[in-house]
Design a protein around this ligand. Structure first.
Ligand code: GDG
Length: 462
């Protein structure tokens, strides 16, 4: 397809499980990225409405905003439970995050997953025009391209996996893995966050599917389908985040937070409440810091913002209880009448406020056990005051660690190492903080979310 000045002749059709409607504040990193791409090129954003309806699968709700059309579909209770809570979030999510111990496989859930993907395919057919580029996102929708191809769609279709992809030796633990993962070959382009994820995909196709690598870098399946698997590390809207953060003082909430600190150094964590984010391990590391550094008592405060997510899945309810218990325990052990060591909140905040919270923190503590990228790490860096930046302590197992080499990189399971890194971060000289921050900010300015989506779409259109 011809592409001129970055604009394809067709429109862009974005498909993701959830759609951020124009009147909703985009909460995920993906949401803001997709919205911007659609506003620029015009097109349709299709996905689940987020609603469970008694009668579902039929009606598509449509809404237009400028040159972007939003099309969403309700799910029935059974479809929602089998597809979303079931196969997507109790089977695929733990598997993709290297947690086979948490994988709950149920044939009924897989059937629901395929059923909902089929429903999506049926609805999409009427939305896709001849020259449109189709961009499907994330683990909820892996087989969607294959289902569109079955219905005769010949457009260029891209897929981006926002989670990590573990090695083939782990993927094969999934019952009927071939049936599911082989369908990735129906895409023209599969995008991943890091070279490690890309290698995992290539190895899976070479050794499990029996594919070969072509000279031009494409993967060729035994059936003769060719597709590319390439690395596109997602970025953030660096300029916008820096701009919000520079206006942090104007928010009363930021002022209140800073005043409440009474000069104490703030350590901040912001994560969806999810077992992949390593929160219990992080709490342990903070407790260890307090244990080994009595001189820090009353001098630091740890704010963990953890909006609840996927409350329908038992593992998520369990981690919530665990963290409440841990926070209570640590505060019980170390708090003084005028000092609370951990402030743990389950609320969600608008991005403009979040960037102010990040900027108020001397340390950003981002320690997922596994994470596709982790946008919070990037937002923390972009929010810093260039004159007096804070330090990022970052898990080696976040995709972001591939780019943010000037963070203090840690193994989140190593309590001692994380506690040590916190100590180093709290004492780091202004000079070193500035040098590290500048190098990370250079990366974020160059590889921002606009560069990310342009790179992906350009490659897809080629
Ligand atoms: C998946 C992958 C990958 C957080 N709290 C609030 C809030 N957030 C925003 C953050 C950030 C986004 O949500 C979270 O993005 P992450 O990347 O950190 O994590 P996941 O949600 O797990 O995202 C991940 C990402 O997809 C993109 O590919 O990086 O690896 O797991 O932007 O700021 N936003 C608001 N209030 C909050 O309280 N508004």
């Amino acid at each position: 397809m011809a592409v001129r000045n970055g604009r394809s002749q067709g429109r862009l059709i974005v498909v993701s499980n959830r759609v951020a409607l124009p009147d909703q504040t985009a909460t995920g990193g993906l949401a803001s990225a997709m919205r911007a791409a659609l506003q620029e090129r015009g097109g349709v954003w299709f996905g689940w409405s987020g609603k469970v309806a008694r009668q579902a699968g039929g009606e598509v709700h449509r809404q237009t905003d400028g040159q972007v059309e939003y099309a969403t579909m309700d799910l029935s209770r059974t479809d929602h439970d089998d597809f979303y809570d079931g196969f997507a979030n109790r089977t695929l999510w733990p598997l993709l995050h290297y947690r086979p111990d948490l994988v709950d496989y149920d044939r009924k859930h897989l059937a629901g997953y395929l059923r909902v993907n089929n429903l999506f395919a049926e609805q999409l057919i009427s939305l896709i025009g001849p020259n449109d580029l189709v961009w499907i996102n994330d683990y909820h929708l892996i087989p969607l391209a294959a289902m569109l191809r079955e219905r005769g769609v010949r457009n260029r279709i891209g897929f981006f996996l926002h989670t990590p992809l573990p090695a083939a030796s782990l993927l094969i633990a999934l019952p009927r893995h071939l049936e599911l993962l082989e369908t990735l070959a129906s895409y023209d382009l599969v995008g991943l966050h890091t070279p490690r994820d890309q290698r995992a995909l290539q190895e899976y196709f070479l050794y499990e599917v029996g594919a070969t690598m072509r000279r031009d870098g494409r993967i060729r399946t035994p059936e003769g389908r060719n597709f590319r698997a390439e690395v596109f590390p997602i970025g953030i809207d660096t300029a916008a985040v820096a701009e919000w953060a520079s206006h942090a003082d104007e928010h009363e909430e930021i002022h209140d937070l800073r005043q409440s600190l009474e000069g104490r150094a703030l350590i901040i964590g912001v994560d969806r409440l999810d077992y992949s984010k390593g929160l219990p391990e992080r709490f342990h590391a903070y407790a260890r810091l307090l244990e080994r550094s009595p001189q820090l008592h009353r001098k630091v405060s740890f704010l963990q913002i953890a909006p609840t997510s996927r409350g329908g899945v038992p593992e998520y309810r369990q981690i919530r209880r665990e963290l409440e218990r841990m926070a209570g325990h640590i505060n019980g052990e170390y708090a003084a009448p005028d000092w609370v060591p951990i402030r743990y909140v389950n609320n969600s905040y608008p991005h403009s406020l979040l960037s102010g919270y990040y900027r108020s923190a001397r340390v950003g503590l981002v320690t997922p056990l596994r994470d596709g990228m982790n946008l919070v790490a990037k937002e923390y860096v972009a929010s810093q005051d260039p004159e007096d930046p804070g330090v990022l302590v970052l898990s080696r197992f976040a995709g972001a660690a591939q780019e943010l080499r000037d963070a203090l990189l840690v193994n989140p399971a190593d309590t001692e190492e994380v506690a040590e890194a916190l100590g180093i971060a709290l004492e780091m000289s202004l000079h070193e903080r500035r040098v590290r921050w500048r190098r990370m900010m250079d990366v974020l300015e160059k590889q921002d979310v606009t560069a990310w989506r342009n790179a992906f779409l350009r490659r897809l259109a080629e």
